[in-house]
Design a protein around this ligand. Structure first.
Ligand code: RUB
Length: 367
């Protein structure tokens, strides 16, 4: 992605690997501060996923793969048995960070598998190669989603999106924001409504920032305003990302997605989910099998931001002792979804069939 920092333009990925170090944009500080963090061990990478330095299904999948590669590099001096035990324990540490986005589990499984054959040096090389391949696959998938999704967006469309499924949620480009970028770059006049997305405010902090960087016309709206604009006929198209899609098309995405989908259907607005095949989980027959992450009540009781001097701080918005609940995701039943924009095309109902066919388009690419 192209990022302007202090007047200078940089072309960057959201995260990347340099030998045993993983580098990532610290998303907790955006848009007020731009900082690249270096993670020196798989434990640090796991902590960065848990603490949402890096977030978004695609990006945490890549981070998980890199974490396993770091573990393989850390264990390269060990014998085969202790190497295997070390990598397997590291993989479990990485799996235990965030439960909902399946990309994390698919990437860790693939890298752990790569670490299981041959001599220790061969295992190390294969693990690093697999982690890098997954990053590349993520990048290619977002380009394809951009092309397929763009075909659905007409000139003049006003598009609503929820949370951040942009370049920051991927290696680059994004899932839901990829079609928007391609439409804008191809000269279509589009306008984006970016939902704020409490409690972590990924829409306000990340999506609005990405749209600003790209020069795409947009307005940030509070989560409760989406229905208002839909009823007024000011939204033509809704597109969101996904953290896990069950075999029947039920989709887990950021909390608040479900109500946007119901409102879209009520108002006759197409509602699309953009996600690569890595986000589909055939082991979940429907949305009931998807674990929903429950995060700290502090995220509801407090907000983070910068004051007029740019000083970054945390402010309490509820009374001391307030009891809060904080489910991070919800499940949108498949019946509300017009189609899935994937890296192999747009999938239509009946989803059990179209999803199964899409996942078998190129054997071995999905866990
Ligand atoms: C992010 C979120 C995003 C999906 C899509 O949640 O719900 O919409 O992860 O991601 P969080 P992608 O910020 O809590 O990780 O675009 O990578 O598929």
């Amino acid at each position: 992605m192209r990022v302007k920092v202090n007047g200078e333009t940089h072309e960057l990925w959201t995260l990347w690997r340099e030998g045993s170090e993983v580098k990532m944009i610290d998303q907790r500080l955006l848009p007020h501060r731009f900082m690249i963090l270096t993670l020196y061990s798989h434990q640090e990478t796991a902590e960065a996923i848990r603490d949402m330095v890096v977030r978004g299904a695609g990006a945490i999948g890549v981070a998980g793969g890199y974490g396993v590669a770091q573990a393989a590099l850390e264990a390269q001096g060990k014998n085969q048995k202790t190497f295997k035990a070390y990598v397997s324990e590291a993989a479990d540490t990485l799996r235990a960070t965030r439960p909902t986005a399946v990309n994390l589990f698919h990437a860790i499984d693939k890298c752990e598998k790569a670490a299981s054959k041959g001599s220790v040096p061969e295992r190390v090389a294969a693990t690093c190669a697999e982690a890098d391949r997954l990053a590349q696959e993520d990048l290619e998938a977002s380009k394809k989603m951009g092309e397929y999704g763009n075909a659905l967006i007409k000139d003049g469309f006003r598009v609503l999106t929820h949370c951040n499924a942009g370049a920051l949620a991927f290696i680059d480009n994004g899932s839901a924001l990829a079609p928007i970028r391609v439409a804008h770059r191809s000269g279509k006049h589009i306008f984006v409504y970016a939902d704020e997305t409490r409690p972590r405010s990924q829409g306000a902090k990340l999506t609005a920032w990405e749209l600003q960087q790209e020069g795409i016309p947009y307005a940030l709206i509070v989560d409760n305003a989406a229905g208002h604009y839909m009823r007024l006929g000011e939204v033509d198209f809704v597109v969101v990302g996904a953290d896990r899609i069950a075999a029947n098309g039920d989709t887990a995405n950021k909390i608040g997605t479900y109500e946007k989908a119901v409102l879209a259907k009520e108002n006759g607005i197409p509602f699309y989910v953009a996600a690569p095949r890595m986000t589909f989980d055939l082991k979940c027959p429907n949305g009931d099998g998807i674990e929903i992450e429950e995060r700290s009540p502090d995220e509801v009781n407090w907000v983070w931001g910068a004051d007029e001097n740019g000083k970054y701080s945390k402010v309490r918005i509820s009374a001391d002792g307030t009891v809060a609940k904080n489910p991070s995701f919800d499940v949108t039943p498949a019946k509300y979804i017009t189609g899935f924009i994937t890296d192999v095309g747009v999938l239509r109902p009946p989803y059990r069939r179209s999803i199964r066919e899409a996942l078998h388009t190129r054997k071995g690419s999905v866990g």
